[in-house]
Design a protein around this ligand. Sequence first.
Ligand SMILES: Nc1ncnc2c1ncn2[C@@H]1O[C@H](COP(=O)(O)OP(=O)(O)O)[C@@H](O)[C@H]1O
Ligand SMILES: [Mg+2]
Length: 309
Amino acid sequence: MLKVKNLYKSFGDVKAVEGISFEVKKGQIFGLLGPNGAGKSTTISIVSTLLRPDEGDVLFEGKSILEDSVPIRKKLGIVPQDIALYPTLTGYENLSFWGSVYGLKGAELKKRIEEVSDIIGLNGRIKDRVDKYSGGMKRRLNIGAALLHMPQLLIMDEPTVGIDPQSRNHILDTVLELNRQGITIIYTSHYMEEAEYLCNEICIMDEGRIIASGSKDELVELVKEKTQINIRLNKTDDAALKILMKIDDVMDARIDDGQIILFGTNSDVLLAEVISMITANGLFIESIDVKKPNLEAVFLHLTGKALRD
Ligand SMILES: Nc1ncnc2c1ncn2[C@@H]1O[C@H](COP(=O)(O)OP(=O)(O)O)[C@@H](O)[C@H]1O
Ligand SMILES: [Mg+2]
């Protein structure tokens, strides 16, 4: 559906995007994951035809959007990172405004506003002024504005920043529901757990470049991250540590703060091996906690820094 080819964009001395390429297939929830300043919004602005790249091209359904921006604009919905709403108007009036921007009017516009209010869960409050809305409600209305013209490709730029957990969950579920209805989605975030939850395909960006891409499982596999198991035994001592080190899949283990911190191969049998080794040696587990590798660990591994600092 969308091919992004070798994009470059600088703002003066700041190289915002340096050679970004990726492909989004129809039906995907495609994630652009990266910390603030990685170049996500710049990339998205280029794809949305709001910004021209210094170099590179974007093909939408096989045709360059730089040569002709009309085809993508017709089928694209954009949820910008900064909320674009009129605070003194009602939710309904805001949707009505955005609908008219997309060329909707009359009965069709009214019908779409009702449908969209339902999708974003605001139909009870849609006649209230936006300055009476919570941050989460504003975010949801912002999403609604992008849905009125029934886009086939929806681009969402950090749509959950700075809102309460309940609104956040509502938005994540809305994303999944829209995707089920057939909308292809590009979702940017610096929250790795959102990308893990939503996306079939993820590009991890840092400093204007893509540093890794693939499904969550592929990314985790790529860096051979280790599973961590924290164990508290009836006797947590060096003897117990030695016993656990005998397991082939255990790569490293130490005692810290009265518990054993063990690192092992990211395999399905590691936990079973650990438990059976413990019980076979007459020890008892008081608590056990398994931490599977996640995208945060992948990012840390690739860049040496945390995703959110
Ligand atoms: N209009 C602009 N003028 C100057 N610098 C910009 C502009 N837009 C973005 N930048 C810079 O480009 C880099 C990438 O920004 P951005 O694409 O917004 O990253 P992200 O969305 O991942 O946080 C940052 O260093 C940012 O300060
Ligand atoms: Mg951004």
